[in-house]
Design a protein around this ligand. Structure first.
Ligand code: ADP
Ligand code: MG
Length: 624
């Protein structure tokens, strides 16, 4: 049989290699920015069009290339950064594989202009799908400009695989942040579709972080510093009270290279032990300097995971230095193993003088009034929907838009088409302290998680958190589509801090958010002013609600208006739905059950999880 093995032509090999290096426009951005840094640029400008799908251009004032190097730079395994395998362990550059430009040129239209300082003229090269189509001398300033156009033009499958512009831009901005934060001594600009998105002047690390994430970041940072033979640790951790639901702002840089490490992340989290609210994550910006010999960067094609020689020691040092800083800057309570944690003074009261409590008696308070008004006034309505026991002091919430009446009363005059309730009452004395009877049937709360009630055929067990999600979801959908929500005007507008990228996400769904009842004053990076909020939520929930929403949008930016509305309603419903562990008054339990069965789709949550189960008398009989 004849020989069948052949060497792949270069352009095919390059396309295959490109699959590893270039997953999306953001990968090109990363490679080009890193090349500019390796060329010792002090100013790097990134220009993007249509989230990088039509243009990614990086202009630097670095060393530039000679004519020969310019041509060679597009060859596979062509690099000026290492010569021997040993050099891999002395790396001071970002690149070393010599693959990026070859890969990019295989799958896009690339134009290069470059000139070295002492050369009279520069070189211009155009390449399409690995083919050089143009090479001439040109007039160009010192440094290099590379334009990458029509990415994946010759691989339609890859091009179709790209996500919406919002998602791709998000990835690009993430890469830009990572590179920019690792190099505060370089000036960076980012333009998207002709407008400036970031302008980061030369600064120190702290100022760079603030420039990237907004002015309010500064007060949240606690510096960390540690120097040992093994590692130099610098950087900042966010104060525990600013910990977020999302993991957004967590950065490790090793020798000025952004890396991911679940292990080191664990060390940071361990240092915060006992200081964080459940399910929140601290932010951190940690710069580690280690001997290049002690790490292996070669284990991952995009070089974001590296191997440390002495990971355990690094873990211990990192944790200790963060703990030390949190203690030194007085953000962690002094460790005392016998102390009762509930006696701790909350941070916001630290240093404040104790005041004699004032007793206020509300003489007009009538404990039975609310029950009587149930379902009649919008105020009590609101209480039942949001399950907040609001003090009469919530006077700062002035209601607006009341003429449009909430939709909730409808929920009460429900038709129980799917479940028929028992009409003979169970004696209230069966349930401790629950003598009151509202409506036609009795409910009972089990473990502050389930609401149990009877139906003709047996009993229903409703999951309170899930049921409330369904109720709120349908209400929000209605409100968004019909713009019929009721707002609570805040006397003191809330000012929240979000980053530029987070604002972009809010902008996408701004109109829908307004339809739910939000009113925004300013919506700009570092400062989001909320002047009114949906009546079904409370001002304390707003910050987490918006954070959760942004994080949901980050995972998937919906393209169509309908799916945006759906995502928004789901996300908000999930954030504000009454949690497990919250005790519900009998009226609230009733309201929950009634509203659930008044829903169009009462059986499942918006995420398709069951909201209740039934247990028939037959099934119960069988158990005896
Ligand atoms: P690597 O960065 O791994 O060496 P690349 O394909 O990214 O591989 O680049 C190949 C070579 O082209 C680099 O080693 C460098 O010598 C040269 N080069 C690329 N970009 C620039 C730039 N912006 N300025 C100067 N030289 C560059
Ligand atoms: Mg490179």
């Amino acid at each position: 049989m004849s020989d069948i093995i052949q060497l792949l032509p270069d352009h095919v090999a390059n396309q295959i290699a490109a699959g590893e290096v270039v997953q999306r426009p953001a990968s090109v951005v990363k490679e080009l920015l890193e090349n500019a840094i390796d060329a010792h640029a002090t100013y790097i400008k990134l220009i993007i069009k249509e989230a990088g799908k039509t243009l990614i251009q990086v202009i630097d004032n670095g060393s530039g290339m000679s004519v020969t190097d310019a041509r060679l730079s597009f060859e596979r395994h062509a690099t000026s950064k290492i010569k021997t395998a040993e050099d891999l362990f002395e790396l001071n550059t970002k690149g070393f594989r010599g693959e990026a430009l070859a890969s990019i040129a295989a799958i896009a239209h690339v134009e290069l202009k470059t000139k070295q300082e002492n050369d009279e003229v520069g070189t211009e090269i155009k390449i399409e799908g690995s083919e050089v189509t143009y090479q001439e001398a040109c007039v160009t300033p010192k440094g290099t400009s590379i334009s990458v156009k029509n990415l994946f033009y010759n691989i339609p499958a890859r091009r179709n695989f790209l996500k919406s512009n919002a998602v791709e831009l998000r990835h690009i901005i993430d890469e830009f942040h990572r590179v920019a934060m690792a190099h505060s001594s370089i000036k960076f600009d980012l333009y998207h579709n002709g407008s400036e998105v970031f302008n980061l002047p030369v600064s120190n690390d702290r100022q760079r972080i603030v420039n990237v994430f907004g002015g309010k970041t500064n007060e949240k940072l606690v510096p960390i510093k540690e120097e040992t033979d093994l590692v130099t640790i610098n950087g900042f951790v966010g104060k525990p009270e600013y910990a977020k639901r999302t993991r957004g702002e967590q950065f490790f840089f090793v020798n000025n290279r952004f890396i991911k490490s679940a292990y080191l992340n664990h060390a940071v989290t361990a240092a915060f032990e006992g200081l964080l609210k459940e399910k929140t994550h601290p932010s951190y910006f940690i710069y580690l300097e280690v001997d290049p010999k002690s790490i292996d960067i070669n284990i991952h094609p995009t070089k974001t995971e590296i191997k440390f020689e002495d990971e355990h020691a690094l873990y211990a040092m990192l944790r200790a230095s963060i703990k030390h800083s949190l203690g030194q800057f007085n953000v962690a309570p002094v460790l005392d193993f016998n102390r009762d944690a509930s006696m701790d003074t909350p941070y916001e009261y630290k240093g404040k003088e104790a005041q004699t409590p004032v007793i206020e008696v509300d003489r007009s308070f009538n404990p039975f009034k609310e029950e009587k008004n149930f379902g009649e006034s919008s105020t009590s309505n609101k209480n039942y929907t949001s399950f907040k026991k609001e003090s009469p002091g919530s006077w700062e919430n002035l209601y607006v838009g009341l003429e449009s009446e909430t939709t909730t009363p409808k929920a009460i005059e429900n038709d129980f088409s799917s479940v028929e309730f028992e009409s003979t009452e169970v004696t209230g004395s069966l349930f401790e302290g629950d003598e009151k009877k509202v409506g036609h049937h009795t409910t009972y709360q089990l473990r502050k998680k389930y609401i149990v009630t009877t139906i003709k055929s047996g009993m229903v067990i409703v999951n309170q958190h899930r049921a409330h999600q369904r109720v709120l979801y349908e209400e929000l959908l209605r409100n968004i589509t019909m713009a019929s929500a009721v707002s609570q005007q805040l006397l003191f507008p809330l000012t929240l801090s979000f980053t530029k990228k987070e604002i972009e996400f809010l902008e996408i769904v701004k109109e829908q958010l307004e339809n739910t009842g939000f009113v925004f004053g300013k919506l700009s990076p570092g400062e989001v002013e909320v002047t009114a909020i949906p009546s079904i939520t409370s001002d304390k929930e707003v910050s987490l609600l918006l954070e959760q929403l942004i994080s949901d949008l980050e995972n998937e930016v919906p393209d169509s208006g309908f799916s945006q509305t759906d995502l928004l309603a789901k996300s908000i419903a999930k954030s504000i739905a009454v949690r497990t562990g919250v005790e519900l008054e009998p009226e609230q339990q009733q309201y929950m059950v009634n509203s659930l069965f008044a829903c169009t789709e009462p059986t499942i949550t918006p995420d398709n999880k069951p909201t209740f189960i039934t247990l028939t008398v037959d099934e119960i009989d069988k158990k005896f």
